[in-house]
Design a binder for this molecule. Structure first.
Ligand SMILES: [Zn+2]
Length: 436
């Protein structure tokens, strides 16, 4: 999950519109214009700040940081690792201004004051938001020194629902149909809880803020329509029937990683072909809905080429076992999913100039050559060698293709389908339940 891409890509239509608005705003009058691109919204307080621990989400905002700035709208407290108040904000003379945060020898310096502790939490007063490095988030900020004592992790501890408000608007245009936004909220809630339950116990955080998990923009992702979608589905998650599959509980119903991606290109993909997960509700389904929603050059994307030598360097850096091949001379598809009128490469064979060969998952190949996934938009394509170049052509769709097709969700909503119908279509056999 950490390295799995999900969801929206920054160059997709509506995101580009938002980005352009931001750029224009910055050029004309600082960052003022950003929120004018969205439905106007008055800042609300952060709900559920007292939510029980299992519905709090720990979002990794920064890893291996050696400095950041933090600013609160109003008062705040600094808490010890046991949650007791270490000190109130009254000792700071620069309240309301950005305060520098650093760590040295495992001791934090905040706003010019030194604290002999490896872990400190900044708890803002109402409306329970803080600004870190210019981005505003809800919840409280945990700062945790790394073992080296010179760097730290910054983790936003935020209740699940306000977290989702910062995800839904980042992962889907907030002007889209209400039912599509609601389906997105349920998918994101399910995905988050699955990751929290599965990986949270092994680390200090549950999800990353990037597409390595799902994109979280904090208040910048929020809008009135996004909040409506989150509130209308509050506590709703998906479970799937796992009877007979490894890991199934006594009831046979399990949380699952409700993946989603922007446009499947015509057919979604079975998770086991991309990530190796076997979940009954993550099978591939026909998708006639995204074609009319995705941009034409996203649904059918143009050929892209990469220098063979650069591809070799990137692959061998990430997968040292490929060093034995010499320069990559050829890449061929050896396994493909085979749906009617649609196929996606799932496994490739890499052959080196010295004649040796090895295998790689197609999705891993794609994201190693093009980590942002903006050029090789999917593995629903063909691969060819053209002189010194490796070409990806005849491509369809955008993203890994597993789970809900976001453009397809919008297409279904435009045809009058409900969020429940959208979810049960893209996650076949899943059931919508109330987690709280
Ligand atoms: Zn689709």
């Amino acid at each position: 999950m950490w390295f799995r891409q999900s969801g929206w890509r920054k160059d997709f239509g509506a995101r580009r519109t938002i980005g352009n608005c931001l750029l224009a705003g910055m050029l004309l009058a600082g960052a003022v214009a950003f929120f004018s691109c969205r439905e106007q919204m008055v800042l609300r307080s952060t709900p559920q700040m007292s939510a029980e621990q299992r519905f709090m989400v720990r979002v990794l905002l920064a890893d291996d940081a050696n400095h950041c700035t933090v600013k609160m709208r109003g008062g705040f407290s600094l808490l010890n690792s046991d949650g007791s108040v270490l000190i109130s904000d009254t000792i700071f003379t620069n309240r309301g201004q950005p305060m520098g945060v650093g760590v040295m020898g495992g001791e934090f310096t905040i706003g010019g004051r030194r604290f002999a502790t490896r872990e400190i939490t900044i708890l803002p007063d109402e409306p329970f938001t803080f600004v870190m490095d210019g981005n505003e988030f809800r919840g409280k900020l945990l700062l945790k020194a790394n073992v080296d004592g010179l760097t730290f992790e910054a983790i936003d501890i935020v209740p699940l629902e306000p977290y989702l408000a910062g995800v839904v608007g980042a992962e889907m245009p907030d002007r889209w149909e209400t039912e599509a936004l609601k389906a997105q909220a349920v998918a994101a809630r399910t995905y988050c809880l699955y990751n929290k339950n599965k990986f949270g116990g092994m680390r200090n955080w549950d999800v990353a803020r990037t597409q390595a998990s799902q994109v979280y923009l904090g208040l910048r992702g929020e809008s009135a329509s996004v909040w409506r979608a989150v509130n209308d589905t509050a506590g709703e998650i998906l479970v799937c029937e796992q009877a007979g599959l490894p890991g199934a509980g006594a009831s046979g119903e399990e949380l699952f990683p409700a993946y989603y991606s922007s446009s499947c290109g015509g057919h979604t993909e079975d998770a086991k072909n991309v990530f190796g997960d076997s979940f009954w509700s993550l099978r591939g389904v026909d998708c006639p809905y995204c074609r009319g929603v995705a941009r034409p050059d996203v649904f059918f994307w143009p050929m892209v080429q990469f220098d063979r030598r650069a591809v070799t360097i990137a692959l061998q850096k990430k997968y040292p076992q490929l060093n034995g091949l010499g320069e990559i001379a050829n890449i061929t598809a050896v396994k493909q999913s085979d749906y009617p009128d649609f196929s996606r490469i799932t496994m490739v064979k890499l052959t080196g100039t010295n004649g040796r060969s090895d295998f790689l998952r197609a999705e891993d190949l794609r994201l190693t050559i093009d980590p942002a996934g903006n050029r090789i938009r999917s593995v629903a394509c063909k691969i060819a060698i053209i002189e010194n170049k490796i070409a990806f052509l005849a491509g369809r769709g955008f993203g890994h293709g597993v789970g809900m097709c976001q453009c397809g969700a919008q297409g279904m909503a435009m045809q009058g389908k409900t969020a429940g119908e959208i979810l049960s279509y893209y996650y076949p056999g899943s059931k919508l339940v109330k987690a709280y």
